[in-house]
Design a protein around this ligand. Sequence first.
Ligand code: GLN
Ligand code: ZN
Length: 790
Amino acid sequence: PDADAGTDADADAATGPAVRTPLPAATPVGYPRIGPDRELKKAEEAYWAGRIDRTEFAARVRTLRGATRARLAGLGLTAAASVPETFSLYDQVLDAALAVGIVPDRFAGVLGTDGTVDLDGYFALARGTADQPPLEMTKWFDTNYHYLVPEIGPDTDLHVASTQVVDLFRESLADGAGEGAGTRPVLVGPLSLLLLAKAQDGAPEGFDPLDRLDEVVAVYGEILRLLHETGASWVQLDEPALAADQRIDPGTLASLLERAEGRLTTAEARPQILVTTPYGGIGDLLPALLATGVEAVHLDLTRGDLPSVDQLAGVGGTRILAGLVEGRSVWRTELPTAAARLRLLRERTAAAGGDADAVAVSTSVSLQHVPHTLADETDLPADLLATLAFADEKIGELVALAGGDIEPGSADGPRSVPRTFAGVRRDEVRGRAAALTRSDLERSAFEVRAAAQQSVLGLPVLPTTTIGSFPQVASVRRARADHRAGRLDDAGYEQAMREEIGRVIDVQEELGLDVLVHGEPERNDMVQYFAEHLDGFATTRNGWVQSYGSRCTRPSILFGDVARPEPITVAWSQYAQSLTDKPVKGILTGPVTILAWSFVRDDQPLGETADQVALALRDEIADLETAGLGIVQVDEPALRELLPLRAADQEAYLRWSVEAFRLATSGAADATQIHTHLCYSEFNEVVDAIDALGADVTSIEAARSRGEILEALDPERFSRGIGPGVWDIHSPRVPATEEIRDQLAAALQRVGEGRLWANPDCGLKTRGYEETRASLRNLVEAARTVRETA
Ligand code: GLN
Ligand code: ZN
């Protein structure tokens, strides 16, 4: 670029002094917004339930934002624009969509006469209304956060439908944030917004959201003007899409960058622009990004490599924000390594003709993926605690790195503080993993297994079953909480769980299901439950992370070698089996899902950790067999989730993840039927990997994308038992018998008799008993009808 940012700023001086504010030396990409005590969640749930009114809700979230700004200032983010304004009432993608007016026609009613969306309109888009389902929700890159998918058409009226980003900046001025100069407004950038969006229903064939790029950019320009008028010195545009393979090739992506960010820089009245590129390296897109003329560029230097001098050739006066602190892990950064890498980057920037002193430090991604603070974690062992950092502690690391007091070590040194305390390495676990051979991943041929299983199980054609959990009624949740708090002793707890299991078995027998489950009443969460019963994991007291909207999860920390001190699920499953003559299936969570929904050690390849979890599950399956369970389901709903963002990395991932599943399940006898459950609709992309899992029966989420699923169930590619979900359990709606029957009949045509199972989409734990009974009754009835006519 011709532009040296300093010169530009001087030229713009007449439009406002704020423009000269330098990029802060230390600043994260983003910060958690749920609040250290989940204030956002609590306020929202109270508002939605009508317990507080709009005024009270607004006051509570206002207090939370003020407290967040004060907290960050207290951590050392005092300079102008050093606090990213990443608060959101629900989702940052929805916020950006509304900023530029991407409201689908089906929600036209939420737009007021002035073309803006108010609080209830906002929540209507996020949560749906009586007659409109909400915007679709899907995974945000390879994280456990879910965003709302914007829907856009060729005629969507693009305009500023929400000034939230401006309002929050103004509010930060009132709070005196950034030495009175305010925070740094943040929006998902135009290119990522449209790459994450989908064409709204009814859009003409061939319409691509990117067709609207120029008009969307024009509205971003309008927002930038408003921010400038309000006094913002910087604006942050997040362009994570640059770090992932996209439906368009890299060359096209580079030219679209020029059309998006490049065009924004030509405006006169605007804040300086920082473009972030979290979630991975952007490789050869860096020169194109530098060529846009934005004043600062952030790079994820934990997933991505340090850029070379060549890649930095166009740096000119562009500030580099070095994402050296991992924002999505809980490990404490090895600061000497980070300092050495920072120094190297500064040297390369200088060698490329840039300003080495203008290289600032940041996180790789927003800290929204980690809990607020370690301050509450008084139960964690001290030696583990000393190696951890949550959001606040990571901000401390940024401040320390920027302060220049860290003596640089080796740039190739460990990225996180080494963990060497007891339990991190266990010889018996390592020895067992080292002795594994290919034969540990093999079972007999499917035909042999299928015959052995049928002779034991004697199942009808089109067997009916469920995915595992039954409604988690209040009494069950209370018993678990009381037991945890010591108000209910072990015997009382066991009694309560047995009662619930008895009830679940009774319901299933009465409905006439073929393969029963115990209902999982003892599990708070399908991953945490196993983490609590395996060595190598720690659980936090208050380590909540936003999953979407008001939903939070509390991931466990997998820090050491994994071992199973004693059987975990066996007693419950065995008890359930003792109550019925029908087969009960044991339910376990698979190795990949356990990893995906935990914070996992970074000191060995994920595949090695997955194999350790797999060995523990293998032992559990052996114990279930001994206890008389003939069917075991190993859930892997997260298999698709960890799929790397770059196609080139996917094969290696699928290899180790498939092998871990096979390791967990291949010790089972031929007569033991292994099921797996996967809950996502992008089945097509990974169908070969799912086939390679080798499960005897696979149940999948299909209720929302039936056509595609049936298409993907090509008998040539996928040849064993399959249960495409016929009831969308994410909604309280009871599917009619005829509806289920038609779905089953269509599926039967596609996959053939003898392979098809009838089951819901997923577990029933969030449903009520009434709708569960009614829906399962229809499901059993539909299966019977199809069976009779087949
Ligand atoms: N067995 C689990 C349940 O039924 C599966 C949940 C899931 O796939 N997310 O709750
Ligand atoms: Zn599921």
